[in-house]
Design a protein around this ligand. Structure first.
Ligand code: ADP
Length: 421
């Protein structure tokens, strides 16, 4: 796996840290070697543990190469590896400063490394631990050595100043970083929300587009047919004097066209009559609807239907379409349609069951689409708008609609109506 993909797999801040730490490690490796050589050049009496510079120089070199060689698992702990090495090195420097009686050449290098090391930490606990251990180490060293009071004071004051200053600087930075992170995550969640919103809108738009396509189709196709028929029939009438049968046909075609246009208008739900919500007693409503249906069909209301808050025209459309379908798409001698309701926790579950021809389960979704008719030859007065309109009304009112059906046996349409809180 390449370094690049390793870095990508780590979070952004971390990958930045890996590269940063590797560079610092490399610089330290070379820097400390050269620094030590220079010190020995100018003050040959300087004391250093025998392999000190070589060991730390190599250690930093290895640490700087880890990202290029090691597995991703180790890179996860890279920060810890680097900081531990640095921690050891700082204590080594403090020790070397002590060996050299806190001479300026070593003290300066130690201070710079302490300050730089602290700047790299990003947790207050770590800063306090690093500072405390370094302070204690320097303090014990200074007390143990035979420095005069002025030098002792100067060293303790300067190291305290460095530690306190670094703490405040880093603390301020950390606070700023936290604020930025909070802002960032807020922004991220906002972006997420917007994206979700957009996806929803896109979906709605898609649906609308499909509706529009369907409209274009019905206008150009379904409406054209009855119009064509009317035209042909009127020509006939003109040529062959008036004939009652043809007049009836014209009437039928006009009615079909009227039904189509009415259906399209209703489907848009823009109609004034679809605006207001009110308390609707569905029991009365369904009983009134049944009065208009031919008495040769049996329509049963199985239990007292509830009162719901709905737009009256819409809920009427729902029951009317479902009950009429149960009668219309019914091949039995004794047509039977029954209506039932069950009260549930948050809604009422209504069902309309018929003993009709049934619907193949592969059409369970399709029949709710606009202008979908299953048997065009047998049901010439079907427009395929009814169920699409019913579904639109139900879902607009936060309900659901579905069906169960068995071919030749019958169909049950279920739909839910939310209770008002
Ligand atoms: P329409 O408004 O013309 O009645 P629908 O959208 O209500 O059209 O119905 C679409 C198609 O679904 C119908 O053409 C019919 O084939 C089928 N269908 C609807 N209800 C039933 C039912 N209760 N039993 C069998 N088929 C049905």
């Amino acid at each position: 796996m390449s370094l690049f993909s390793k870095i990508i797999r780590l979070s952004k801040v971390r990958s930045y840290t890996v590269i940063n730490f590797a560079l610092i490690s490399f610089t330290l490796s070379i820097g400390l070697y050269v620094y030590s050589l220079l010190i020995h050049y100018y003050s040959p009496s300087a004391i250093e543990p025998k392999y000190g510079k070589t060991i730390f120089s190599s250690l930093f070199l290895i640490v700087s190469l880890i990202p290029f060689l090691a597995s991703l698992r180790i890179i996860r702990y890279y920060e810890h590896i680097f900081l531990s090495t640095l921690f050891l090195f700082i204590h080594y420097l403090i020790y070397v400063s002590y060996l050299n009686g806190y001479s300026l050449d070593y003290l300066l290098g130690t201070y710079i490394t302490i300050f730089g090391g602290l700047l790299m930490l990003n947790s207050r606990v770590l800063i306090i631990l690093f500072s405390a251990s370094e302070f204690v180490h320097i303090l014990t060293g200074v007390i143990a050595s035979d420095l005069d009071a002025a030098s002792t004071n100067a060293i303790i004051t300067s190291i305290s100043t460095i530690l306190i200053f670094s703490f405040f600087v880093i603390n301020g930075n950390l606070r700023q970083k936290k604020k930025l992170q909070a802002l960032n995550s807020k922004l991220e969640s906002q972006v997420e929300e917007r994206t979700r919103d957009l996806a929803l809108r896109a979906h709605e738009l898609q649906e609308k587009n499909k509706d529009l396509e369907d409209f274009a189709y019905v206008v150009s196709h379904d409406l054209k047919q009855p119009l064509q028929n009317i035209f042909t029939l009127s020509e006939w009438l003109l040529e062959n004097n008036s004939e009652e049968e043809k007049l009836h046909l014209i009437k039928k075609q006009s009615e079909h066209m009227y039904r189509l246009i009415e259906g399209i208008l209703n489907y848009s739900l823009r109609n004034e009559k679809y605006r207001d919500l009110e308390a609707v007693n569905t029991d009365d409503l369904v009983r009134n609807l049944i009065i208009d249906i031919d008495k040769k069909y049996t329509i049963n209301i199985e239990n007292a239907l509830p009162s719901v808050t709905y737009n009256k025209s819409q809920i009427t459309q729902v029951f009317q379409n479902l009950i009429e379908n149960g009668v219309k798409y019914n091949d039995k001698k004794d047509v039977l349609v029954s209506i039932k309701s069950i009260e549930r926790d948050k809604d009422f579950l209504f069902s309309v069951t018929d003993n009709g021809e049934g619907i193949d389960s592969k059409y369970f979704r399709k029949i709710f689409e606009l202008f979908q008719r299953l048997d065009v030859t047998r049901h010439t007065n079907s427009s395929g708008i009814g169920l699409a309109l019913v579904k639109k009304i139900i879902t607009r009112n936060n309900g659901e609609i579905w069906l169960e059906s068995e071919l030749k046996k019958g169909t049950t349409f279920f739909f839910t109506v939310r209770k008002t809180e």
